[in-house]
Write a protein that binds this ligand. Structure first.
Ligand SMILES: Cc1ncc(C[n+]2csc(CCOP(=O)(O)OP(=O)(O)O)c2C)c(N)n1
Ligand SMILES: [Mg+2]
Length: 927
């Protein structure tokens, strides 16, 4: 017999077991215990519970300290007598749900008949009631008057959503046939929720576990922010998130729940499908996931609704006068509950109802009835009541912990293999089928097994498909005028339209005033340097006052605003806090006062890059979700961007998110004192991997201004689905004015900045610099001219990603259009013909960044970069160490000329010596 583990026991009520140590009056103790037993015997467990709770409350008031209990008994939170009555038509809803079940299963089975595209049956099979109650009674759609609810659907349940949309007439049979075959004629359906692939349908990508849950929390808070700032009334928009119990192991899932509790987000409901299984096996075989989650969520300030037992159990609980049943329910661990699913009624009678007392309780039930005793998440009445209570609850977010069976109703229900099953095959067959099986070859056997499984599934859910047609696994759609189809349409009409649904409508915002950028375009007064980070802060304070876009700007920062010089913005525009500011800040009255306000514009997210990124996604998708073009600017330590929250950045791209990511204190040698963990020399390489990300590494404030102005126009005025990644540095130097006619070059990634032609120069080179390292390249230009009489042009390489994009597009066009005049790449246009002078590139990033365009220049590009781990030293020291400084750029240029035979190699050897370079040092990436 299974019992709770010690670990789990901590979550349960303290064991009644032994006499407390030091019992000074055993007689008195005995009297108390006898009174309790008498109450249980004569008035039942409920009365006993009431008395105990009353006693506990009184003890607490009197100062008696007791160990806190973070969980409640393993019972439904809403007792039968407190359930909101079910307003639907049970029979019609069952019919609809059964058809959706069938089609969801058929979609996966058919897709995998002749392909290996995969798909999941078991997840939706366990969650069908949880979704169907939502679709029929709760999920509001978008209308002219309402935004509709935002629902994060569990990714692996997507076949269920498609199957319902098929009944609703939104998806064709061909699309269902092409599930996971998106390139087939007639179009297909994406594996999981992908707004990029199905932009009219899915709102948010959820399938990378943990991201849907955290995004939903920040979405709910963002809805509040829009309302509090007077940008939009979002009170009618509830946020729902459906997730798996296994998914709760991802740190992102539970990592932000305290924010939802703290901000009292009662516009948020999570439904956790506790089928007790994940991919390989039980979620908590030796414990109880529902109890564990209850404790965690209660501690974080959530309203917890446990939905464990179906209605059939109510009568048993009522009949049980001794409390034996709840005790048994509490002591059995999840792994054991799974076995009951698989082994059936007889086993349940023997092993779950394991005492004479318990056996008496179920003596009137057959084995089949015992097997069919439903779990809460499969009972429409209980699910309805839970959702109803969640929406009625005020002051806390709600989590519904719904117990279900993985693969419910399929041949693999409860099996460890359920998650991966893509075929319908029974493990156990009737004796008649068994003997038939033995007579056939393997292919025929497979068919027989499938037929038998489909027949059982069809019968269980009463799908009107004949035996003859079963082999084809046909989709089924009741006739349009059938009562169930009418009901389905009526319910969705009443709720305002379809779900899931993503709006592709776009209303452009006014372009920002050009004057907002003029300060940055003018450059700084000579000798009064500025960093690109401070230039950005200054741009923000101007932009946020722009009459058109000012109020739409959403600055987001994790706990690092001081690093970026943002405190003046805190004071001017306030940090958003729904409670306002209940204290007087220590720096009150100063220009940099830490000001919090209910109408604050800035998100100061605390130390949570995941949270900040989730806000970025909520803000950067509001153009579609809410029809409002909020423009997020999220600034963070560039090291803690792509490498830390790369999957959320990928999800942002999938979500068609717009906005600006700003990698602050960028550059492996420019952020010079923070060492290996902070000095980023690779985020631009990571940015290459995200298709919709425009990545720039500007050197000057004027470049920054041009890029940001163009970005706002592209994303929020023209409506392009891209977002920007810009690296900002904290090194101060003179910022030149915007060079005439270079706008296009800045945006395309490369423009000529400065040409130096010493008298009588025999050779020239081309030098590319990015970010702060442009200054080293300019210094190299001087050395080359003054010491070696070599001419050069310095180019500012603002974006290798854009250069590369242009190269691959041009190459592809030329390859596929051999009969047309060849097009020229931007980089070739700017640098000149293929056989011309050597090109040396240096940046604060890895060599791989410039090298990606080398093949388009016939290999005449030599890249220097910061490959290896960062470390702490002076900027000069680090640039020498990584061999990206002016001296190394000079030697690289001389070497490239010598390689072509233009210079004697001895000149290079002498330069190495003269410029103080030790050629025998080990490579920086080995140190
Ligand atoms: C980040 C991430 N890791 C792993 C997976 C692979 N994966 C897909 S489903 C699954 C198990 C899901 O279990 P659970 O959350 O309990 O959902 P259920 O299907 O049981 O409702 C896993 C591990 C994933 N999708 N995302
Ligand atoms: Mg699960």
């Amino acid at each position: 017999m299974a019992t709770v583990t010690d670990e789990n026991a901590q979550l349960e009520a303290p064991p009644p077991a032994a006499e407390p140590k030091g019992d000074v009056d055993p007689l008195e103790t005995q009297e108390w215990l006898e009174s309790l037993e008498a109450v249980i015997r004569t008035q039942g467990a409920r009365r006993a519970r009431f008395l105990l709770e009353t006693l506990l409350a009184r003890a607490d008031r009197e100062g008696v300290v007791l160990p806190s209990s973070i969980t409640t008994p393993y019972l439904n939170t809403i007792s039968a007598d407190k359930q909101a009555p079910f307003p639907g038509d049970r029979e019609l809803e069952r019919k609809i749900k059964s058809v959706v079940r069938w089609n969801a299963m058929a979609m996966v089975v058919r897709a995998n008949k002749h392909t290996n595209v995969g798909g999941h049956i078991a997840t939706y099979a366990s969650a069908a009631t949880l979704y169907e109650i939502g679709f029929n009674h709760f999920f509001r759609g978008r209308t002219a008057d309402q935004t509709g609810d935002i629902v994060y659907f569990q990714g692996h349940a997507s076949p269920g959503m498609y199957a319902r949309s098929f009944l609703e007439g939104r998806l064709s049979e061909q699309q269902l046939i092409n599930f996971r075959q998106e390139l087939e004629p007639g179009g297909g359906l994406s594996s999981y929720p992908h707004p990029w692939l199905m932009p009219n349908y899915w709102q948010f990508p959820t399938v990378s576990m943990g991201l849907g849950p955290i995004m939903s929390i920040y979405q709910a808070r963002y809805n509040r922010y829009l309302a509090d700032r007077g940008l939009k009334d979002t009170t009618d928009c509830h946020v729902w998130c459906f997730l798996g119990d296994g998914e709760c192991d991802e740190p992102e899932t539970l990592g932000a729940i305290s924010l939802a509790g703290r901000d009292k987000l009662d516009n948020l409901t999570w439904v956790i499908n506790c089928n007790l299984q994940r991919l390989d096996g039980p979620v908590r075989g030796n414990g109880k996931i529902i109890q564990e989650l209850e404790g965690i969520f209660r501690g974080a300030g959530w309203n917890v609704i446990k939905l464990i037992w179906g209605s059939d159990w109510d009568a048993l609980l009522d009949a049980d006068e001794t409390g034996a049943l709840p005790r048994r329910m509490a002591e059995v661990v999840d792994g054991q509950y799974q076995e009951y699913v698989v082994k059936g009624g007889r086993f349940i009678r023997e092993h779950f109802f394991n005492t004479p007392e318990l056996k008496r309780l179920v003596a009137h039930l057959s084995d089949q009835q015992l097997h069919d005793l439903r779990r809460g998440g499969h009972d429409p009445l209980k699910v309805y009541a839970a959702y109803h209570a969640a929406l009625a609850h005020r002051g806390h977010p709600t989590v519904i912990l719904a117990k279900t069976i993985k693969g419910y109703g399929t041949p693999s229900e409860g099996l460890n293999t359920a998650h991966q099953v893509k075929k319908m095959q029974v493990a156990r067959m009737s004796p008649a089928d068994e003997s038939l099986l033995a007579e056939n070859d393997q292919a025929e056997q497979e068919k027989l097994k499938q037929r038998s499984a489909l027949r059982a599934f069809r019968d269980r859910f009463s799908i009107p498909i004949s035996d003859e047609r079963l082999d084809k696994v046909p989709f089924y759609k009741p006739s349009d005028d059938s009562p169930e189809m009418k009901y389905l349409r009526e319910r969705r009409q009443a709720l305002g339209g379809f779900q899931p649904s993503r709006s592709t409508e776009f209303k452009p915002c006014p372009p920002p005033r050009p004057e907002s950028f003029s300060k940055l375009l003018q450059g700084t007064v000579q000798g009064k340097g500025q960093s690109t980070t401070l230039a950005w802060v200054s741009l923000m304070s101007t932009l946020m006052r722009d009459p058109g876009v000012g109020k739409l700007i959403v600055p987001i920062v994790p706990d690092e605003g001081q690093t970026f010089g943002m405190p003046p913005l805190y004071n001017q525009f306030s940090i958003y806090n729904p409670l306002g500011q209940l204290y007087s800040p220590v720096d009150a009255g100063s220009l940099t006062m830490y000001r919090e306000s209910k109408t604050g514009q800035i998100f100061q997210e605390g130390i949570s890059e995941e949270g900040a990124m989730s806000t970025f996604i909520a803000a950067g998708t509001a153009y579609s979700t809410h029809g409002i073009n909020t423009i997020p600017f999220y600034i963070f330590y560039s090291m803690f961007g792509f490498q830390r929250v790369g999957d959320l950045i990928w999800a942002a791209a999938d979500s068609r998110c717009r906005g600006f990511l700003l990698g602050g204190t960028a550059g492996r040698t420019t952020l010079n004192g923070e060492g290996l963990q902070h000095e980023d020399g690779h985020s631009h390489v990571e940015a290459l991997t995200v298709p919709t990300c425009m990545a720039y590494d500007p050197a000057y404030a004027n470049e920054l201004a041009v890029i940001i102005e163009d970005g706002i126009n592209r994303m929020f005025v023209k409506g392009e689905d891209v977002f920007y990644y810009l690296t900002l540095y904290n090194e101060s130097y003179d910022m030149p004015a915007m060079p005439e006619g270079m706008r296009d070059g800045i945006l395309k990634g490369l423009y000529p900045l400065k040409k130096v032609e010493p008298k009588g120069a025999k050779h020239t080179v081309q030098l590319l610099g990015s970010g702060t390292i442009l200054n080293e390249v300019l210094r190299a230009q001087q050395i080359l001219a003054e010491k070696y009489g070599i001419g050069s042009t310095v180019f500012s390489a603002t974006s290798y990603k854009e250069l590369r994009r242009d190269c691959i597009e041009t190459e592809r066009w030329n390859r596929l259009h051999p009969d047309k005049p060849a097009r020229k790449t931007h980089i070739e246009t700017i640098l000149g013909s293929r056989s011309s002078v050597p090109v040396i590139a240096s940046s604060d990033y890895m060599r791989a960044l410039p090298e990606q365009v080398a093949s388009y220049l016939n290999g005449r590009l030599l890249a220097l970069g910061t490959d290896g781990f960062g470390r702490s030293d002076t900027r000069q020291g680090l640039r020498r160490f990584f061999e990206i400084n002016a001296e190394h750029v000079t030697v690289a240029a001389l070497h490239a000329l010598a390689e072509r035979g233009d210079l004697d190699r001895a000149v290079v050897a002498k330069a190495i010596k003269d410029l103080g370079i030790d050629p025998e040092l080990p490579a920086p990436w080995t140190r």
